[in-house]
Design a binder for this molecule. Structure first.
Ligand code: DAH
Length: 349
């Protein structure tokens, strides 16, 4: 015989426990029956008012109601959660037949490309590619290159000093010549190039950058003369700019070479006819060079009566600007991706 109150709740349950599509409604039902003041919860607390002999039967009936509700609740929640997941999966389905979005692919920096090209040319002639420190000692950057303290030539390379007067950000890659010769201990021939960053206290504009890339070269051997330098420069610039490219030397002055020259090549823009780029001369200057000064050889342990050599140094940006028709050096150092597009140009051709 069912208790009257139990019967009421049972009837109510039979009305309520129908298929429901809304998780919130299902949870509301849980509160209605099993919440703090829920109908089944309240039945439970009724038990104390039930005569002893009916307590067991009453308890069993309440339990049955609770089980009925819990079974229903679990089933509903499982059903609704599965429906939710199915909906999500349907929405996120990938249509593999759609065309793919184009990914922006990176390209090597144009300076890197030019440097690699130069490296290849020199490696094919037996030169090593070596590195040197960017924070350099005054001794290597100046003194051992025949530029003593107080020498006016220092002013031309407005230098960033760090830690007083002895350490600096190298203003040229020429100190790597000294370091390489010291390693050779006056005994071994040298063929090396050193591409790397250099720094000068310049105000940045279209043709100046306080940080730029130089490529240094040094060859030390026996019976080396200016004509070896000429031949080497010829090979380099013909390989970079084509067979019709010509090289000429003009006298110049550097403390670490004697004689010193400026290397000109036929203007890449007008092929020597004369234009604005070459100021109508047909030639552009690309490189400083010369025969290694006996003092420099001697200071680094090479006997100038036995050894001779040539050296050169040029800016990688200048070459890249000519090769890729870029007219502002800052293009290499800002991170504007629209400008970086020029870096892809060669690959697209
Ligand atoms: N270091 C020179 C400069 O920055 C360039 C240079 C000239 C390097 C002549 C050399 C050289 O090795 O022989 O202006």
């Amino acid at each position: 015989m069912e208790n009257k109150k139990v019967l009421e709740v049972k009837k109510e349950l039979e009305k309520d426990l129908v298929e429901i599509d809304d998780l919130k409604v299902v949870n509301d039902l849980k509160v209605k029956y099993l919440g703090k003041k829920g109908l089944i919860t309240e039945l439970n607390s009724e038990i104390k008012n039930v005569p002893n002999e009916e307590k067991k039967e009453f308890g069993m009936q309440v339990n049955e109601l609770r089980n009925t509700f819990n079974d229903y609740y679990e089933k509903m929640v499982e059903k609704l959660e599965k429906a939710e997941l199915d909906k999500k999966l349907a929405n996120e389905a990938i249509d593999v037949t759609l065309p793919a979005t184009k990914l922006a692919v990176g390209a090597p920096h144009i300076l890197e490309k030019v440097i690699e090209e130069v490296e290849e040319v020199f490696m094919s002639m037996g030169f090593d590619v070596i590195d040197g420190p960017e924070i350099e000692e005054d001794k290597y950057n100046f003194e051992m290159l025949n530029i003593p303290k107080g020498h006016p030539a220092r002013d031309a390379q407005d230098t960033f000093y760090v830690e007083g007067e002895e350490m600096l950000l190298r203003s040229q890659t020429s100190p790597v010549q000294v370091r390489t010769m010291l390693k050779g201990e006056g005994k071994t021939p040298i063929r090396m190039i050193c591409p790397g960053k250099t720094y000068r206290r310049d105000d940045d504009d279209a043709s100046h950058s306080h940080q730029f890339m130089q490529i240094e070269g040094l060859l030390v051997d026996k019976d080396i003369s200016l004509s070896d330098l000429k031949g080497t420069m010829d090979v380099l610039f013909k390989r970079l700019f084509g067979k019709s490219s010509e090289t000429r030397f003009r006298p110049s002055y550097y403390q670490f070479t004697e004689p010193s020259v400026e290397v000109d090549i036929t203007c890449v823009n007008c092929h020597g006819k004369g234009c604005n780029v070459c100021k109508h001369t047909g030639w552009v200057t690309v490189c400083g060079a010369g025969v290694v000064h006996p003092n420099v050889l001697r200071m680094s342990g090479y006997d100038p009566d036995v050894w001779s050599g040539f050296a050169f140094g040029f800016g990688a940006e200048r070459l890249a600007m000519m090769k890729y028709d870029i007219n502002d050096i800052r293009t290499f150092y800002n991170t504007d991706l629209r400008e970086a597009k020029i870096f892809d140009r060669e690959d697209e051709e």
